[in-house]
Design a binder for this molecule. Sequence first.
Ligand code: NDP
Length: 331
Amino acid sequence: MNKVIVLYRRPAGKPVPGDFKTNIEEIPIADNGEVLLKTRYVSVDPYLRGRMNDTDSYVAPFELDKPLQSGIIAEVIDSKHTQFKIGDMVLGNLSWKEYQVSDGVGLRIIPPDPEYITAYLGVLGMTGLTAYTGLTRIGKPKTGETLVVSGAAGAVGSIVGQIGKILGCRVVGLAGSEEKVELLTSRFHFDVAINYKTEPDLSAALKTACPNGVDIYFDNVGGSISDAVLNQINKYARVPVCGAISLYNDAAPAMGPYIQPVLVKKSALMHGFLVSDFADQFNEATVQLTAWLKAGKLTYHETIVEGFDHIPNAFIGLFEGRNEGKMIVKI
Ligand code: NDP
């Protein structure tokens, strides 16, 4: 039988297990021009939270009682499609189903290299492309500049910080636990890491960590953490606004300080972006990320949760800081 996870109701605030439901279906059969896929690895991502609201956004909302979807690596276990053979590993935006058929549209065959396979959901996938394009195209780092990254021990943040170091920046990361702070400095070579949850005076800690001010702030979280950083930006600072996870569960938009005077005073650029804005640069970015990875200049960390039934729980964990690096569910 085939387990399928659907959106049972729209989360009111932080998602809870009861927002999801598992249905049992027949395992489908591939028709001519189709493949039968077995789900192997599922990416859970903060942006899925926005799709659980019934509001217009850049991607359509999930429908109630319909399967959720995210980036998935699956194995072709039957093929009636000329471009795929049994045993191929494919990447696509697929449904939270143990088994599903596909006509192949949007599926990409990935190398079956066991060492790197999950990297296609992380550093060699949307995560790495987001980090690379947001930092290099909007942040435009220069040697000797100071880069601050929030959500620094997460999937995107940990890659951003490492790229910042490769490009010669002083890199300061903000994260929510002592283990994450340790990971940032020891494994990812951040110059300084600050635990924003226990630091009694975040502004003072940032001042100490950034004696020359902040030239680039790569914002993954928004809210009060970002307010503290934005108060310390330098003239001509660049602020790639990648995400705002601290605000995703708010029913009504939170009211923060007004940022316009700081941006004017500092001639600063604050630029929201979607990774898809840079689709024409994905090939170039992937070549560079792969080269850094193979040369050992870039590394990545994953939090692997095991079991199809745990997909919702892993997703909820993103909002509780339960992941270090990329959160992935292994089936
Ligand atoms: P992460 O791996 O960073 O996971 C989420 C992390 O966010 C948690 O581990 C937690 O770390 C932190 N967090 C959760 N709640 C809060 C909070 N209330 N305040 C501060 N930090 C919080 O996820 P991703 O790397 O996949 O995504 C990071 C950001 O980038 C998200 O905002 C996401 O929406 C965005 N994004 C944007 C893309 C784009 O195209 N613009 C593409 C991909 C991602 P901690 O323990 O440190 O609190």
